[in-house]
Design a protein around this ligand. Structure first.
Ligand code: KMH
Ligand code: ZN
Length: 271
């Protein structure tokens, strides 16, 4: 089995300090959290930005400051920027920071109801973000909130907008998207192009059970406060690093090695 890549999704766009006091906002807080997650076993960090008041942001200057702090501290974690941003942002806002050439960036390959909102990703929007990723040599992580997004990604591969076979992340359990059962995950896996890598991000209480399933069947795992606030029922995680630690413990019990940075970069086809 491949060594396990754990991605830490440390703040997202929706979680606020009203939900948990532990969500990082500032570049320094984001960098510190990324470094704690690396120490706990994460090989990749999925980054959103926040304005000082906590409002979701995709400002390139904030990404640049956060990356400088992470790298300045000698942390080698793989950097993955969000291009999803927050509901309602334009493609230009969402994709501006790709000019910083992170290792990876997300690419959601379809629209989905997102709570009471719609996370809009029309085919022209997806192609525009994919084109900017190609322009800056940024490898996409294909975010799938529903089955048709896998099929859409395969169509984009056929037309040359995304390189095959790709790396997919299934976000399961969000209100409006696919359910978060092992059966949903097992079905999604059957749709992937040969040679694709995949991870799962279970929302809320589904996070660690789906992580355990992915660890058992050879997939990779995303955890963190973007997706889930609790390390156990009723107990807030004091940071995404506690969720990374819990995932690393699941892997250890299952006999699955954690990927080194070098191994993760090779598996994800990063330069
Ligand atoms: N915040 C969501 C609307 C991504 O990072 O690419 C979109 C999202 C996906 O979080
Ligand atoms: Zn995200």
């Amino acid at each position: 089995m491949q060594p396990l890549i754990i991605t830490a999704a440390i703040c997202g766009a929706e979680v606020t300090r009203k939900d948990t006091p532990y969500v990082p906002y500032s570049p320094q807080e984001l960098a510190d959290e990324a470094i704690r997650c690396r120490a706990a076993g994460a090989t990749m960090v999925h980054l959103h930005m926040r304005e000082p008041d906590g409002a979701p942001s995709q400002r390139t200057a904030l990404f640049a400051e956060t990356v400088a702090l992470i790298r300045g501290a000698g942390c080698d974690i793989i950097l993955q920027f969000s291009t999803g941003g927050a509901v309602g942002m334009t493609v230009a806002e969402r994709a501006d920071a790709l000019q910083l050439k992170p290792d990876m960036a997300t690419l959601t390959t379809g629209s989905v109801n997102f709570g009471d909102d719609v996370f809009l990703n029309s085919p022209p929007m997806i192609r525009a973000i994919a084109a900017r990723q190609r322009q800056f040599g940024v490898v996409p992580e294909i975010e799938c909130f529903d089955t048709g997004m896998v099929d859409a990604a395969v169509r984009l591969m056929r037309e040359g907008a995304i390189a095959a076979p790709g790396h997919f992340n299934f976000v399961l359990g969000m209100a409006g998207g696919m359910g978060a059962t092992p059966a949903h995950l097992d079905f999604l896996r059957t749709l992937l192009p040969d040679g694709a890598t995949w991870s799962v991000a279970g929302i809320g209480r589904h996070e660690l059970p789906l992580a355990a399933h992915a660890i058992a069947v050879g997939g990779h795992v995303r955890v963190g406060l973007e997706d889930n606030l609790y390390v156990q029922k009723g107990v807030l995680a004091k940071g995404s690093y506690e969720l990374v630690t819990a995932t690393a413990e699941l892997a250890q019990r299952a006999g699955r090695q954690l990927a080194t940075i070098r191994e993760a970069r090779a598996l994800l086809r990063l330069s």
